[in-house]
Design a protein around this ligand. Sequence first.
Ligand code: ADP
Ligand code: MG
Length: 328
Amino acid sequence: MEGCGVFYCMKRITLFIFLITLAGCSQHPLVRETRILMDTFAEISCFDADKDKAIKAMDEAFKEMKRIEKVFSKFDEKSEISRINKSAGLEEVSTTEEVIGLIERSIYYSKISDGAFDITIAPLMEIWGFVHKNNFIPDKKTIEEALKKVSYENIVLDTQRLTIHFLHKDTKIDLGGIAKGYAVDRAKEVFLSYGIKNCLINLGGNIFALDSAPGNRNWHIGIRDPKDKNKILKTLYLKGQAVSTSGNYERFVVLDGKRYSHIISPVTGMPVQGIMSVTVVADSGELADALSTAIFVMQEKKTLEFIKSIKGIEVLIVKEDGKKIEYP
Ligand code: ADP
Ligand code: MG
């Protein structure tokens, strides 16, 4: 499995947000399938009177997410992102409208989060051993050197000519904090194009709950307590909404016996400490995904003000010390 080892494990053990019940069982048959995608589990549950149509739509939705993985994977040397990372520091690189679009929106999320969300985090992911295994903590100088390459302001896009260029020759991008959310949005579009509405897509804790569960009811989504996996911390009731959780408990490196999270501050260059999970409900998977990563990084003082500035989102933060912050 790409990028997976003892130190960096696929979300195999538990998904921290999950479908609690297929509430209100309908007369329509349930079609459900799980595949491995983007280094995690992808599960789709779907009800429709026409079972064959549902199976076809589901297969297409999985294929769409696989296509997105191939474009945006940082592990696949042939991906569009790898191609950009190889050359955009040296010259302008032409790419697709889709890639320019997601990068442009990522820059927007950087701006609104005051740089907490930043896809140029890649050089820091490298020195902390999230790309190739490391056995040591990077020293101050290495972190300072990496930080020079990290800033969304280093990305120059030409949205007309569909080109990208980096102002620093060693800047690289990593869309790991947004690509899964984007993928569930695309999968949702596949179901809509088939006229299927009772459907739930879960890609490693990035969920889109389409329209409604059977019987026009809300989907019941459980958020597990990161401190006690047998406990449900909160139940969400979703309809036509997305939810995403960023956590420090399943993807991390262990250096000198200490765990370091895979979410890194673009300001300090350090993996974020003190937070266990951030769950965000939003209108799109992409927004929920980007915001859950951004809020994870943000200093507590700024967090509430930021959350309030974005219309219609719900947030649950669980800190290492057990403190929970909920909004609204
Ligand atoms: P997960 O991948 O577990 O769903 P996230 O959505 O929070 O969790 O994404 C974490 C990933 O985002 C990291 O593995 C890395 O690829 C990337 N990342 C790490 N720190 C940042 C950051 N400050 N801004 C944007 N992306 C980040
Ligand atoms: Mg995210």
